[in-house]
Design a binder for this molecule. Sequence first.
Ligand SMILES: Cc1cc2nc3c(=O)[nH]c(=O)nc-3n(C[C@H](O)[C@H](O)[C@H](O)COP(=O)(O)OP(=O)(O)OC[C@H]3O[C@@H](n4cnc5c(N)ncnc54)[C@H](O)[C@@H]3O)c2cc1C
Length: 329
Amino acid sequence: METEKNLDVLIIGGGPIGIACGLEAKKQGLSYLILEKGPIVNSLFNYPVNMQFFSSSERLEIDEVPFISKEAKPKRNEALEYYRRIVTSNRLRIHLFEKVMDIRRAANGFRVTSDKAAYGADRVVIATGFYDLPNPLGVPGEDLPKVSHYYKDPHFYASQDLAVVGASNSAVDAALECWRKGARVTMVVRGPEIGRRVKYWVRPDILNRIEEGSITAYFNSTVTEIRPDALVIQTPEGAKTLPNDFVLALTGYQPNFEFLEQAGIHLSADGKRLPEYNPETMETNVPGLYLAGVICGGMETHKWFIENSREHAQLIMDHITAGRTAAGA
Ligand SMILES: Cc1cc2nc3c(=O)[nH]c(=O)nc-3n(C[C@H](O)[C@H](O)[C@H](O)COP(=O)(O)OP(=O)(O)OC[C@H]3O[C@@H](n4cnc5c(N)ncnc54)[C@H](O)[C@@H]3O)c2cc1C
């Protein structure tokens, strides 16, 4: 089953930051491989079809490869094109639709097992993001087919009673887009208001829609039960039962902590579950094992994004190359 021995570095995750790591490893002459469980930049592929980044395109660039977009802030499709072209034009070594299941220390480095093969590597980078595991509502009916933690296309909800749970960018974008396509939108918000981190050019729009009554919003409210044709919520005025066809539970996501702990990475015990790493090298408490990208934020998923985690690739590969030089490799 072992297919390759002693890669200098194996990179888990083919998102923007995993790709940046592959590009930098190649530039520094390291033998490397990227393993991605889905298509190239799988998380971005699963973003809403009309999503517009809050960053301008130059802030999403990796390795100074120009990102030309129609508007200052690119759309999802433009980002897919950009990162895909970086992979293909640089002939990066990447296996797609191959999921890493296990990372173990081995004699000289690590043994990494995927659902297709096993690899030996001196060092490993985990760049697996946080978009795969939604924060659950934890209420009866959450597993009904009408409930989703991922929003894709507004057309699907036209002329339907749609509940959007959440108050962040994702929830607000979904509520506005679906309302504009004719959905009857109700927002259920745990706190007293729409999130303060909502894009400044979008926030007035949602506030006006709520004020004029186009979109109904229940603040300081939570979902208590989801039924096939209704939604039960707890509001400050008491329990309410609303007619409902679909629920978008856009309550955020979290990294795969089990995967990190299985690899031996320490997580903070303060509820933030911050992984332990050296911010100058991105090396974790496990020597030779590194973190890159948004996974570094633990439960604080708003802390890291492409803009400020692109530099992880250079920090890691510089450290690996320095280590190899010191060892006379
Ligand atoms: C709706 C939304 C809008 C955003 N807008 C912006 C923005 O405007 N600007 C900005 O800078 N950031 C933005 N972000 C944040 C940022 O885009 C992402 O978080 C970005 O995807 C981070 O890149 P990453 O490579 O760290 O993680 P990801 O892109 O999540 O990549 C991780 C990859 O690892 C793969 N993977 C996971 N587990 C395994 C496994 N076991 N084996 C193999 N592969 C695996 C996944 O399939 C995925 O492709 C946004 C995020 C969201 C959700």
